[in-house]
Design a protein around this ligand. Structure first.
Ligand SMILES: NC(=O)c1ccc[n+]([C@@H]2O[C@H](COP(=O)([O-])OP(=O)(O)OC[C@H]3O[C@@H](n4cnc5c(N)ncnc54)[C@H](O)[C@@H]3O)[C@@H](O)[C@H]2O)c1
Length: 358
């Protein structure tokens, strides 16, 4: 791209996701950043960088001392994000942290103060704002296709248990809340321009006693809208990815491919038979099937106009670095997500719902 400044990137923590990002950017022909080199505590990760033709710096300090590097990605285990991001900004470089940006809101506030003090851009890879399943749900609800939304349910479920390693260790920022919860809460807060007023959460530690490998979270928003998030690693049959109950219809997105449908009322009148109806559920009025003529079905499919990869996140980061546009994924937004997660931990531990104003 002529006239576009190519930034020199350094990466601290060159594990699975960092390599995925670099491969994705290469495949996309993304040229706004060029990876110069990496630092990682593990020799195998440094070797992986050398094998790809990048510099393997002997220390974090050596990477940060390279004057050519102006932007840094931090993709280490979660507990290390905060202090490394602060070091990066103090070295005069802009930083993009992997999620979760830190492991507590107090940590994030400390790092945000350093961003303010140094003037360095500080953002976080909340890359699931452009996931197609999320966009198809968001657009449908915002277009009013099911009327006023009352309950939005978001579920991510697997059946293989927790991956071994740092995700099972609390002090390294393990557990499914910081791993997946952070993405799914971010999607809710990004979509719904309201405060969260109440948080209720149950957590299970099926395989690893130290961390939650499953959780059920309910958030109530100011207007009364309920957001439900469930993440699990013991689901051999999965629920739909999204299920939204609206005043005039129901939306379901079945999976990551965005297969799904809306069924909605074509009339606002509710027809009731005078008599009890005999159904498979037994005799009932309330749960009797609706007259099919009073509903319509709209098929859902993946939106074709959505770019959903790391280049979108880098574009917003680099636009802010270049002063072209305000940051899209702001640390202040990540702070709200951190606070919801903290309220969820309190709720689970104290077995009660927590009133908040987040
Ligand atoms: N945005 C996403 O969709 C997404 C997906 C997966 C992982 N992540 C996040 O990316 C981060 C890394 O996850 P991963 O799956 O790549 O883990 P990983 O274990 O594959 O890689 C982490 C790497 O960080 C290195 N490391 C740890 N502490 C370090 C330190 N102090 N200095 C330098 N290197 C250090 C480790 O040696 C390892 O190579 C996590 O924060 C995770 O939450 C984000």
């Amino acid at each position: 791209m002529v006239g576009v400044k190519t930034h020199k990137l350094g990466i601290i923590g060159f594990g699975g996701i960092a390599r995925w990002h670099i491969d994705t950017m290469k495949d996309a022909g993304y040229d706004r950043v060029e990876l110069k080199g990496v630092f990682d505590l593990a020799e195998s990760a440094l070797q992986a960088a050398r094998d790809r033709g990048f510099i393997a710096y002997p220390s974090q300090e050596a990477l940060l001392a390279d004057p050519e590097i102006d932007v840094v990605m931090v993709a280490t285990t979660n507990e290390a994000h905060k202090s490394i991001c602060m070091d990066v900004m103090r070295a005069g470089k802009h930083v993009i942290s992997e999620k979760p940006v830190t492991v507590t809101s107090a940590e994030l506030e400390e790092a945000m103060a350093v961003s303010k003090e140094t003037g360095m851009v500080y953002t976080v890879d909340q890359n699931r704002r452009t996931n197609r399943d999320f966009i198809v749900m968001k657009r449908s609800v915002e277009a009013g296709l099911i009327g006023k939304p009352l309950v939005i349910e978001s579920r991510v479920e697997g059946s293989r248990g927790m991956p071994k390693g740092w995700r099972t260790i609390k002090r390294l920022g393990g557990g499914m809340m910081l791993d997946w919860g952070v993405h799914l809460i971010d999607q809710f807060l990004y979509m719904i321009p309201e405060k969260v007023t109440q948080v209720y959460c149950k957590m299970l530690s099926v395989q690893y006693p130290e961390v939650e490998d499953n959780f059920h979270l309910m958030m109530t928003f100011e207007s009364g809208l309920i957001g439900i998030i469930e993440v699990g690693t013991n689901h051999f049959i999965t629920h739909p990815r999204w299920y939204v109950m609206g005043e005039q219809g129901t939306l379901q997105v079945d999976n990551w491919n965005c297969d799904g449908r809306i069924v909605r009322a074509t009339t606002t009148e509710n027809e009731w038979d005078e008599e009890i109806i005999y159904t498979m559920a037994g005799p009932t009025k309330t749960m009797a099937p609706r007259n099919k003529k009073s509903t319509e079905t709209i098929a859902l499919s993946a939106p074709t106009d959505v770019v959903d990869d790391i280049t979108v996140v880098f574009d917003q980061f680099l636009d802010a670095v270049e002063g072209k546009a305000p940051l899209t994924i702001k640390p202040e937004e990540a702070l709200r997500t951190m606070k919801v997660m903290e309220a969820a931990f309190v709720s689970a531990e104290e077995k009660r719902s927590v009133n908040v104003e987040i």
